[in-house]
Write a protein that binds this ligand. Structure first.
Ligand SMILES: C[S@@+](CC[C@H](N)C(=O)[O-])C[C@H]1O[C@@H](n2cnc3c(N)ncnc32)[C@H](O)[C@@H]1O
Length: 319
C-alpha cells in the first residue's frame, strides 16, 4: 500500500488513527531532534550517556571488520559515537543509514559526507525499515544492525515482527545493537511525554501526522478544533510493556473533504483520533519483558549496558 492508502485506511477505520511513522516527514524529524533539548526529556540524554560511557567496551565485543546498517537513523548524532569507535579499528566503513523520510535522509548523508569524507562509504536506504531489512538480507559481509530509540515507538505486535525480521537477516557473526527505554517512574514519564503545550516540539511532533494528512490527502483538518490528550499505561505483564497513548479529541462535530482522494471524513464531538496505531507508543520495559520479547523473536541478548533510563543491548540471532 502507498502512503495515501495507509493514511486513508487509518482515517476510515472505526477507531480513527494515524500510524506513528507518518509524523516523521522532514519537518517531523526536525521536531524529533528538538525534543532532545527539552529539560524533561530524559531519554535522549541518558541514551547518549550510556553510549558515551560504554562505546569502547561495546565495540570490543564486535567482530571487526564489519559494515553497519542503521534503522530509523534520525540525525545520527548518537550513532556517530559508535561509528567513530569502529573507525578506530578499520580504515573504512560501509554505512547504510535508513530513515522514513527520504528528504531528511539526504540532508543527513550530506552532513556525514562533510564529516567523514571517504572514510564512510554511504548507501542510504530511505523508506520503511521493514523494506530496508528485506534489502539487507542480500548482503553477505559481516554486519552490525544499529537501531537507536526505535523499537519502543511501535506497537507490541510490530516490535515482535521487526525484531524477528532483524533476526532473520543476521548470520552467525553478525550482531544487532539497539537502545530501549527502561524507565519505570510514572512521574518522570508523564512529565516527559504527556506535555500538550503546542509551542513545544513534542506536541508539534505528535500532531505532525495531521499536517502530513493535509498535504498528502489534500485536506484542511484544523488542529485548533481538537484537544491534544494522552495517558501513560503501566503494564508489567511479562509478554507486554508499559506505554503511552496520545490522541486528538474533536471539540465539535466536524467534516473535512480530502480533495486528493475524493473522500470526506467526519469527526463527532468527543471522538478520538489516535496518534499511533495498535496498543500505544513509547514503550518502557522491565528486564523480564525485554528477555521475553527478544527470546520470542529468536534473539539472544549477549550483553547489556544500562543506566536508570536506557538499556543498550547487544544481541545475536539464536540459530
Ligand atoms: C525516536 S526517533 C530516533 C532517531 C535516532 N535513531 C536517534 O536515536 O536519535 C525515531 C526515528 O525512526 C524513524 N522512523 C519512524 N518510523 C519508521 C519506519 N517505519 N521506518 C524507518 N524509520 C522510521 C523516524 O523518522 C525517526 O528518525
Amino acid at each position: 500500500m502507498d502512503v495515501k492508502d495507509l493514511l486513508l485506511q487509518g482515517l476510515l477505520s472505526s477507531q480513527k488513527y494515524i500510524d506513528i511513522s507518518f509524523r516523521y516527514d522532514s519537518q517531523g524529524s526536525v521536531y524529533d531532534q528538538e525534543c532532545a533539548d527539552l529539560e524533561e526529556f530524559y531519554h535522549y540524554r541518558s541514551e547518549k550517556a550510556v553510549i558515551h560511557s560504554n562505546v569502547k567496551n561495546v565495540v570490543s565485543h564486535l567482530d571487526i571488520p564489519l559494515m553497519v546498517f542503521e534503522l530509523g537513523c534520525g540525525n545520527t548524532k548518537k550513532s556517530q559515537l559508535i561509528l567513530n569507535e569502529i573507525l578506530q579499528h578499520q580504515s573504512h566503513l560501509d554505512y547504510s543509514p535508513n530513515d522514513f523520510s527520504k528528504d531528511f535522509l539526504v540532508d543527513v548523508c550530506q552532513n556525514l559526507c562533510t564529516i567523514y569524507g571517504h572514510q564512510l562509504r554511504l548507501t542510504p536506504m530511505p523508506g520503511d525499515l521493514m523494506d530496508a531489512l528485506a534489502k539487507i538480507k542480500n548482503y553477505r559481509d559481516r554486519k552490525l544492525i544499529l537501531w537507536l530509540s526505535g523499537l519502543q515507538c511501535f506497537t507490541m505486535v510490530k516490535q515482535f515482527e521487526m525484531l524477528s525480521s532483524i533476526a532473520s537477516v543476521l548470520e552467525a557473526n553478525d550482531a544487532c545493537l539497539l537502545t530501549v527505554d527502561v524507565t519505570q517512574s510514572r512521574e518522570l514519564i508523564e512529565k516527559a511525554y504527556l506535555d500538550y503545550d503546542y509551542s513545544k516540539p513534542n506536541a508539534k511532533l505528535y500532531t505532525n501526522g495531521v499536517h502530513v494528512i493535509n498535504r498528502e490527502l489534500g485536506g484542511n483538518i484544523n488542529l485548533s478544533q481538537f484537544k491534544l490528550e494522552g495517558r501513560y499505561v503501566e503494564d508489567k505483564d511479562v509478554s507486554k510493556a508499559s506505554y503511552n497513548q496520545v490522541w486528538l479529541t474533536s471539540l465539535c462535530k466536524q467534516s473535512y473533504h480530502l480533495e486528493k482522494v475524493g473522500k470526506t471524513v467526519t469527526f463527532e464531538e468527543g471522538e478520538k483520533l489516535l496518534l499511533y496505531a495498535g496498543n500505544g507508543m513509547s514503550h518502557k520495559y522491565t528486564q523480564k519483558q525485554l528477555d521475553h520479547l527478544f527470546a520470542r523473536a529468536r534473539l539472544r541478548i549477549m550483553k547489556k549496558w544500562e543506566n536508570e533510563h536506557c538499556a543498550l543491548i547487544l544481541c545475536k540471532r539464536i540459530f
